[in-house]
Design a protein around this ligand. Structure first.
Ligand code: PHE
Length: 454
């Protein structure tokens, strides 16, 4: 059966698709503001440590599970363990795909809508910062606007996944990722050449260690999972389209490198501009949709840069959303023998519908809350704080303790003999971090995020 499975057409195809999954709203919308809120450089340092000691080992493990089994997360666990418990862990990944994509697409839809706002020149009417905030509120308060763009973004996502692994995901990533890099470089150059840019750079690079607390360490770790698309089988599914000649550790490293680079470049582009235009860097989640439009209104060339920025954000979100939908589709195709086209149509539409209450959380359902959270907040909390860390925990425990590192290493060596010969110590480190550090650290984050540790 596995010889019918589609595979990536090239190594760079996998790297671009997997970094497309990793690079998303997490890098461009979330990373800059959480770094800003948590001490800039000091937080970035902690985040880099988390990425290196937990992100990389789990990323390698996930891709390896996919490649070894040539299956979606459910099939992967079922093949290697035969146990219903572990199969259910894979199922949790598929569920996480539904949940994350449903609210992710709502925010991505705002970004799509903001491309149009930028083109209409709306940002130039923001003579005061508060007007940008009011405009944002009125857009997300408009049911037709928010659902329309949520749906529009969904159609784009479905179209790419419909076209298949090579013809859709790989081809799409090969077009979109270079555009994304190119736009980001232009925005970085624009940012650093503005008068006053150095204040933004200082904000990012001068560590304020006093802001580092247990909480910021945990935020850094949680974000490491989200930004690397770990813990729900996206990397496993993409890894399942690799073959035994492919070098898993080196590909994982490249994906991680690109993801981190883009997050830092986005931080530079955003904070240099925000500081140079005298805006407040601490606006939190509203930084992108409420602060940046004011920045574009004031900046020379802001009309073009505004359009480019929201195009960048939309492309980044699209290549991530594709990977989320692919997890769900791969499950139905592999395990239940569905046709790809049918799975895309049915689940694309279903997840769009699940996203509708998330979209309505900003307007007609804003007052409907459980535990003080709207539907959108619950979907976000459930995915980012429960399903992903739990998935990451089980993946590291499974590979290190259940499947066994001896077998894992035999698989890992395929296509990576050069790494084993030249950098044998890296493999030793990988085993150690996967077996001890990752599960323990993730467990601590998990307890924290559900409020057991404060
Ligand atoms: N990594 C994506 C981002 O940074 C989000 C994502 C999470 C995508 C989990 C797939 C799976 O925006």
């Amino acid at each position: 059966m596995s010889n019918q499975r589609e595979h990536w057409g090239s190594r760079i195809g996998f790297i671009l698709a997997a970094s497309g999954s990793a690079i998303g709203l997490g890098n461009i919308w979330k990373f800059p503001y959480i770094a800003g809120e948590n001490g800039g450089a000091a937080f970035i340092f902690v985040y880099l440590v988390c990425i290196a000691v937990i992100g990389l080992p789990v990323l390698i493990a996930e891709i390896l599970l996919g490649r070894t089994t040539q299956r979606n997360p459910v099939g992967a666990f079922k093949r290697l363990s035969g146990s219903p418990f572990w199969t259910a862990v894979g199922g949790m990944g598929v569920v996480a795909g539904f949940v994350i994509l449903s609210f992710y697409s709502v925010v991505a839809g705002w970004s799509l809508g903001y491309i149009i706002e930028a083109m209409k020149g709306t940002f130039f009417t923001f003579s005061e910062a508060s007007l940008a905030g009011d405009h944002f509120e009125s857009l997300v308060g408009n049911v037709k606007w928010i659902i329309g763009y949520h749906g529009g973004f969904f159609l784009l996502t479905m179209l790419v996944v419909y076209l298949g692994v090579k013809g859709g995901i790989e081809r799409g990533s090969k077009i979109m990722m270079p555009i994304l890099f190119f736009i980001l470089i232009i925005l970085v150059i624009r940012g650093v050449t503005l008068d006053g840019a150095e204040k933004g750079l200082a904000f990012l690079w001068n560590p304020d260690w006093s802001k580092i607390s247990g909480q910021s360490v945990l935020i850094a770790l949680g974000h490491a999972f989200f930004t690397l698309s770990l813990g729900m089988g996206a990397m496993m599914t993409y890894g399942s389209y690799l073959s035994e000649e492919d070098n898993v550790p080196s590909s994982a490293f490249q994906v991680l490198f690109l993801d981190t680079l883009i997050a830092i470049l986005a931080g530079i582009a955003i904070f240099t501009a925000v500081f140079a235009m005298g805006q407040n860097p601490g606006a939190g989640p509203g930084l992108i949709f409420q602060t940046l439009p004011v920045v574009f209104a004031k900046m020379p060339g802001g009309f073009l840069f505004g359009i480019l920025f929201f195009l960048l954000l939309t492309l980044a979100a699209l290549t991530s959303a594709i990977s989320l939908l692919e997890v769900v589709v791969a499950y139905f195709v592999d395990e239940l023998n569905w046709k790809r086209h049918r799975a895309v149509m049915i689940f694309g539409f279903t997840i769009f519908l699940i996203g509708v209450p998330s979209a309505l959380s900003f307007n007609v359902m804003a007052e409907i809350k459980w535990f003080d959270k709207t539907f959108f907040d619950i979907a976000d909390f459930l995915a980012s704080n429960i399903l992903l860390p739990a998935g990451g925990f089980f993946i590291s425990v499974f590979v290190a303790w259940v499947w066994g590192l001896d077998k894992a290493v035999i698989e890992l060596r395929k296509g990576a003999a050069n790494i084993f010969e030249r950098y044998g110590w890296l493999i030793v480190a990988w085993k150690f971090f996967l077996k001890y550090i990752a599960p323990v650290m993730i467990f601590i984050v998990f307890l924290y995020s559900i409020g057991v540790i404060k």
